[in-house]
Every structure is written in C-alpha cells, then in structure tokens.
Design a protein around this ligand. Structure first.
Ligand code: CP3
Length: 344
C-alpha cells in the first residue's frame, strides 16, 4: 500500500509529495462518462459496484496517491426527508424555511437508509488493498444548510442569510440537526473502512470572518470533535477561507484544505507545523500548456519549502472540460519535482 497520502496527513515525512484531485472521479474522464451514460447520477451513487468502479478510475488513469469514494455531499440529506434531484446541479423539491420544516427532518438510520455508501466503501477497501488509501467525505453543516435552505445553488445566498439573521433559532436548530446527522454519517464511513475524512465547506467563504466565527465555526468544531479520529485523519476544506485561516483553524482537524487565493507558504506560517495543508493549484491551470503547468506545480512545491505535511491538490474541484492528459501530467510533475527536491 502506498502510504504517502496518510503519512502526509499526519505530518510525517514522505518520499514524494502525495497528490490527488478534488472531484477526481467525474465527467472530465471518458471512462466515467461511459459508466454514467447508462444511468442517472443518483443511480450511480446508489449502485456500489459502479460507484466503486468510477472511484478507482482516476487511481489507474492519473496515478494519484488516494482514492475518494464516489458519492455526493447531499446523499445523506435525502433520507432526512428531502426529495433530491440533480439537473445536473442539486435541487430540493421543498427547501427548509421554517421551524416546522426543521422539526420534520429526521436523522437517518445510516445502515438502513444509505447502505450503498458503506457497501461502496467496503468494496473499495477490498479492491484498493495493495494500491492507495480511501478517502470518505461529507459536507460541512453550513454548506449542507445552504443547499437545504436555498433549495439549489445560489449566487447571493439570500435565503440562508435571511434565516441566519432574522430567525436565529430556526437556523440554530437546523445546524444542530445537520451536525448530529453528519457526525453519525462520517463515523459510519470510518467504521466501514474510510481511512481519511474530508469535510467540504464549499460556501463557508461567503461569510465575513465574524459571521463565520459566530454562525459556522461552533458546528463544524463540534462535528470534527465528535469524529473517531484516532486512526483516521480529517481534512477540513473551506473554500474562500484565505482571509480567516486563523479562525477556521479553530474548528480543528489534521489538515486544512487551501484554495488558490492564498500563498501556501504564508498559510503554513500562519497555521503552524502542527497542521498539515492540502492544495492549492488553481483548477483552471489544467487548461494551460504543459510548461506552465510544470512551472506552477514547482511554484506550489517551493512555497511549501519541503515542510512535512503537504498533500498536493487543486484549490477546488477539477473542471468537467479539463483534458485528462493534463491532469495526468500534473500528477507526474508533483511526483517528479518533489522527488528532485529530496535528492537534489
Ligand atoms: O471527488 C470525487 O471525485 C468524489 C465525488 C464527489 C461528487 N461531488 C460527485 C459529483 C464529491 C466529493 C462531491 C462533493 C460535492 N457535491 C460538493 C463539495 C465539493 C465542491 O465541488 O465544492 C458540492 C458543493 C456538491 C454538490 C453538487 N453535486 C453540485 C453543486 C453538483 C453539480 C455541479 C457540477 O459539478 O456539475 C453536483 C453533481 C455531481 N457530484 C457530479 C459529480 C460527478 C456531476 C453529476 C453528473 O455526473 O451528472
């Protein structure tokens, strides 16, 4: 088993910098599209053999150092009682708007309601046995709440912010329920065999640092604190957190995911040697010519300056129209250039 990804999560020295890509199982791969053409996205998530197959594709095709199980952050929200569709973005039929709506939400019985997630994990652990570690994941409470309250993606997040400011009791009850659900869901993933957990807070950065601290931090901190982390590192990714890394750090976790708006070296200085980092190449860099991709990989590695505890990644998910060859080249650059650093 290639352990460099888990070693880096724990801040241990590694032979080469480990690398994977957020959203690495997905539409930019023709091999994914071939599987996906036969079913809907939700059917794919709910069919463990197929979900496992597309999770392994980027490991074989790109040579990444970790696999991430194929699912979505909204998978465990559907059995809370919220009918979900993807068109391709997520859409909830009846968004949460009142205390009555929050009270109707149930905390799923994980093994009963989303058994396919844990079956996917078990299949993946068997099939990845001698290859790379498996990452499980979930949405942070705030990002899940954004979708549950807005009902879909949003530009201004008016509904969730309205609730946050004008109905703080409803907001708090909703966040509390999502936090408890997420704790059970992620601990069940660990029990099924996930070797690392990444928490995606895609929308945490839409708030001011003060609002993040008041309305988001307590819930994410409670969630991370409630995970069985003894043998399972937690990566906390908050997109747009560059101006409030010191606050986000208080949520805990073993590694912090960074987007491309921060200098990785500056972030490391601020976070200190106890916290690993993951990131942070601009995802659109994968449209650039190879010499530019190589230059930028070198720059990110240079910003890290050989410190242990760096997992290379994009600063957000890989885009659906990226040429797979460029992603493969990026992975090869990370391995080659980080090895050069050790030897030369
Ligand atoms: O990383 C992986 O390869 C594992 C799979 C994964 C998916 N979604 C598959 C997916 C993961 C980790 C996610 C996380 C996710 N889902 C996030 C957090 C990460 C991020 O990108 O910020 C969010 C916000 C979602 C919600 C979601 N799901 C959106 C906004 C969309 C549509 C937008 C888009 O990318 O098209 C989805 C659909 C989705 N999730 C697809 C995939 C492969 C595309 C569906 C398809 O095949 O038609």
């Amino acid at each position: 088993m290639n352990m460099r990804f888990l070693d880096a999560c724990w801040g241990k020295p590694v032979d080469r910098t480990p690398v994977w890509l957020m959203r690495q199982a997905g539409r930019y791969l023709p091999e994914y599209m071939a599987v996906r053409s036969k079913c809907t996205f939700l059917e794919l998530c709910k069919t463990p053999e197929l979900a496992a197959e597309v999770s392994i594709q980027p490991v074989d095709i790109l040579g990444v150092d970790a696999a991430i199980m194929f699912s979505d952050i909204l998978t465990p929200v559907e059995p809370m009682g919220m009918k979900l569709d993807f068109v391709p973005g997520p859409v909830f039929e009846s968004p949460v708007r009142s205390m009555a709506d929050v009270e109707k939400l149930r905390i799923p019985d994980m093994e009963q309601d989303v058994p396919y997630v844990f079956e996917t994990i078990r299949i993946l652990r068997r099939e990845l046995a001698s290859k790379v570690p498996l990452i499980g994941f979930g949405g942070a409470p705030f990002t899940l709440a954004c979708y549950m309250v807005e009902g879909k993606g949003s530009k201004d997040f008016a509904q969730i912010k309205r609730m946050m400011y004008s109905a703080p009791d409803v907001y708090a009850a909703l966040m509390e329920k999502i936090t408890m659900m997420s704790m059970e869901y992620l601990n069940a993933q660990i029990k099924a065999g996930a070797q690392c957990i990444q928490i995606f807070d895609t929308w945490g950065g839409i708030l001011s640092p003060a609002d993040y601290e008041r309305y988001v931090l307590p819930y994410t901190a409670k969630l991370i604190n409630g995970l069985n982390r003894m043998e399972t590192p937690v990566i906390h990714f908050v997109k747009g957190a560059g101006a409030m890394l010191d606050t986000v750090k208080k949520a805990g976790g073993d590694a912090m995911g960074l987007d491309w708006h921060v200098n990785l070296g500056d972030a490391r200085d601020l976070l200190g040697p106890e916290m690993a980092v993951q990131g942070n190449l601009d995802p659109t860099m994968l449209y650039a010519p190879k010499d530019i991709i190589e230059r930028e990989v070198r720059r990110v590695l240079k910003e890290n300056a050989g410190r242990p505890g760096h997992i290379f990644n994009l600063g957000h998910g890989i885009l659906p129209t990226v040429p797979p060859e460029n992603a493969r080249f990026m992975v090869e650059c990370v391995h080659r250039l980080s090895q050069d650093r050790v030897e030369g």
